[in-house]
Design a protein around this ligand. Structure first.
Ligand code: SAH
Ligand code: SF4
Ligand code: F3S
Length: 452
């Protein structure tokens, strides 16, 4: 049997796509390997979001090329595919920069892979035209065993692409226009995952809360309505969704946070900046105060809500004062976890052409200050859970014998001693200690709950 190795960079969408590509190649006789050296087919599933991410691909391709040559010396063939957002953005340029690459395929064309692999025997190929047909209709489902091997928590793409055009961002160009999958297709996939033992679904999309899919009743369904329906799927204990835009948090979705116990009280809602002037230049179409008020409304529906966000420092024209506005917003809102980045100019985006690019040293200093504050908040949040009882979804054996590990509603890793529980169960745990990345707890037996 031939072997395929896929390496993914970037966001969860790439993780999901990597699974769908391996599922498709399984029907072509490829089994998945975690060791690149033994792969007959190497796929780099790339990310174009920041310059560093994109450049990493070329250095990795250099290594894959060496491997290809070594394997060739011992009579084995290695084929190389570049997929993902760098493939979409750079296309032919990749073939030019790295002669060892056989195929370049954009994110909307993965269903063409078997065909591309065959045709590329005679000619190196680039496939980045946005197709008319929906790739999901042509991507086969994994076997039950494969689904089980991937664990109790699964991603499910419900929406792809973005129409927002934030001025710093390549995603609308690399992933194309917003498309929502029909409700029936999503439900079918959710049932299939649940029947194989999946307990937690994370609905993913570049702009997931802009979801507007065709419902079985012919009406357009919002994300709130879809979540309400998915909460009824037998076996599904937890629902999450990512990534959202503050502009698309509608009343139905906010209400779902109060009404659906399965919808976890943890929301990734990127704000990017706390300065109204910068938010405007970013084309985010909301102000800092609008974000604050939105959070208040969601917290009213779900008082246990915790938040995470993305931030960019050093956007063109960002002054010290703008940056202080960001620091103030972070202090006001409070985040359980966050991702923060130095602004990276991306070819073809409006912000890359703006004057007043911020010097690297200033970006670095601001990033360090912001990350310091965010880390303090993260630690405070983790320590704040000590003494609480939290539901934990069990995912795997713990680090030491007799321990079992899972995730809290806030995606914190939790470990505790147990020899009676099984992976996939949701167990009540009293948190007794917070480490720097994990929480440690003890099982609360159902009868003991009142005393907890
Ligand atoms: N769709 C999501 C995020 C997509 S990219 C959203 O709307 O929030 C993930 C994160 O990368 C963004 O939230 C942003 O913080 C960061 N990012 C995007 N483009 C960037 C750039 N040019 N430089 C630095 N960070 C960037
Ligand atoms: Fe990029 Fe903005 Fe779209 Fe998010 S909403 S993917 S940051 S353009
Ligand atoms: Fe990167 Fe593309 Fe995701 S640019 S963040 S892999 S949508």
């Amino acid at each position: 049997m031939k072997k395929v190795f896929v390496k993914s960079y970037g966001c969860q969408m790439n993780v999901y796509d990597a699974e769908r590509m391996t599922d498709m190649l399984a029907t072509e006789g490829y089994s998945e390997t975690k060791a690149m050296e033994e792969a007959d087919l190497v796929i780099l599933n790339t990310c174009h979001i920041r310059e560093k991410a994109a450049e990493k691909v070329y250095s990795e391709l250099g290594r894959v090329r060496e491997l290809k040559q070594e394997r060739e010396a011992s009579g084995q063939e290695t084929r190389i595919v570049v997929a993902g957002c760098v493939a979409q953005a750079e296309g032919k340029e990749i073939l030019r920069r790295q002669p060892a690459v056989d195929v370049v395929v954009g994110p909307q064309n993965y269903h063409h892979l078997p065909d591309l692999l065959r045709k590329s025997r005679s000619e190196r190929l680039v496939d980045t035209e946005f197709p008319i047909e929906d790739k999901f209709d042509h991507l086969p489902a994994p076997s039950r065993a494969k689904t089980i091997s991937r664990g109790v928590s699964a991603f499910l793409t419900i929406q792809e692409g973005c129409d927002k055009f934030c001025t710093f961002c390549v995603v609308p160009y690399t992933r194309g226009a917003e498309v929502s999958r029909p409700v029936a297709k999503i439900l079918e996939e959710a049932h299939r995952l649940a029947e194989a033992g999946v307990r937690e679904l994370t609905l993913i999309g570049q702009n997931v809360n802009a979801y507007h899919g065709e419902g079985p009743d012919g009406a357009v369904w919002s994300l709130g309505r879809l979540l309400t329906r998915l909460a009824e799927v037998p076996g599904i204990a937890r629902l999450r969704y990512t990534t959202s835009h503050p502009r698309d948090m509608d009343d139905e979705l906010i209400a779902a946070h109060g009404d659906l116990p399965a919808l976890m009280p943890y929301l990734h809602l990127p704000v990017q900046s706390g300065s109204d002037r910068i938010l405007d230049l970013m084309n985010r179409k909301h102000t800092g105060d609008e974000y604050r008020r939105l959070i208040e409304r969601i917290r009213k529906a779900q008082p246990n809500l915790a938040l995470s966000s993305d931030f960019i420092v050093g956007f063109p024209g960002e002054t010290d004062r703008d940056f202080e506005d960001t620091m103030r917003l972070v202090a006001d809102v409070g985040f359980a976890s966050s991702f923060s980045f130095k602004y990276s100019p991306r070819p073809g985006t409006p912000a890359a052409e703006m004057g007043e690019q911020v010097p690297e040293a200033v970006k670095a200093e601001r990033l360090a200050r912001l990350q310091n504050l965010l880390e303090t908040q993260r630690q405070a949040f983790n320590h704040g859970t000590v003494g609480q009882t939290l539901d934990v979804l069990l995912e795997k054996p713990g680090r030491h014998p007799g321990q079992i590990a899972g995730k809290s509603p806030y995606l914190q890793p939790v470990q505790f001693e147990s020899d009676v529980h099984r992976i996939g169960e949701v167990v009540t745990v009293r948190i007794v200690r917070a480490g720097s990345n994990s929480l440690f707890g003890e099982w609360v037996k159902p009868g003991d709950r009142a005393a907890a």
